[in-house]
Design a protein around this ligand. Structure first.
Ligand SMILES: [Zn+2]
Ligand SMILES: [Zn+2]
Length: 149
């Protein structure tokens, strides 16, 4: 009797040999999906770890961020190129890396749109490509900061 199981791809019930997870048709899609899930789990854990420790910083930062954005409603990078784009992110011009002076110094802040902010943090991290550095920067900064306490 052949040992069969069914393809683990959602919605697919095709039989596959035991030991295989997916049918021929879903081999590639299935492993891609697993990668994605692994990454999501990893990111969730990463966020959870910092959230309670970062709460103090989080509330203060949120207030500063909201006020800063209300005073600087347009993306400063886009403005330099003559485009008026609503700012959504507050960026540290020099990465603060846990340094409180840089962290809370409003001279060191600039309002950016999401696209400009991603571009800047990608450049700072040395490019795309691995899971760790492609996390959104504010989260990363928050965690680095939190770990000091
Ligand atoms: Zn399948
Ligand atoms: Zn922009």
């Amino acid at each position: 009797m052949p040992l069969l199981t069914i393809c683990k791809y959602p919605g697919c019930r095709r039989p596959v040999a035991r030991g295989e997870k997916y049918c021929e048709k879903h081999k590639e899609a299935g492993s891609k999906r697993e990668e994605l899930q692994k990454r999501e789990r990893w990111e969730r854990r990463f966020r959870k770890k910092g959230s309670s420790a970062a709460r103090g910083y989080g509330a203060r930062w949120r207030r500063l961020r909201e006020r800063f954005l209300s005073e600087h409603p347009l993306c400063e990078e886009c403005l330099k190129q003559g485009r008026a784009v609503p700012a959504t992110d507050v960026d540290h011009i020099r990465p603060h890396k846990g340094n409180e002076d840089l962290m809370w110094d409003e001279e060191n802040l600039q309002a950016l749109c999401h696209a400009c902010h991603s571009r800047k943090t990608a450049a700072e991290d040395g490019g795309f490509g691995n899971i760790k550095t492609s996390l959104p920067a504010p989260e990363t900064a928050e965690l680095e900061y939190a770990e000091k306490f």
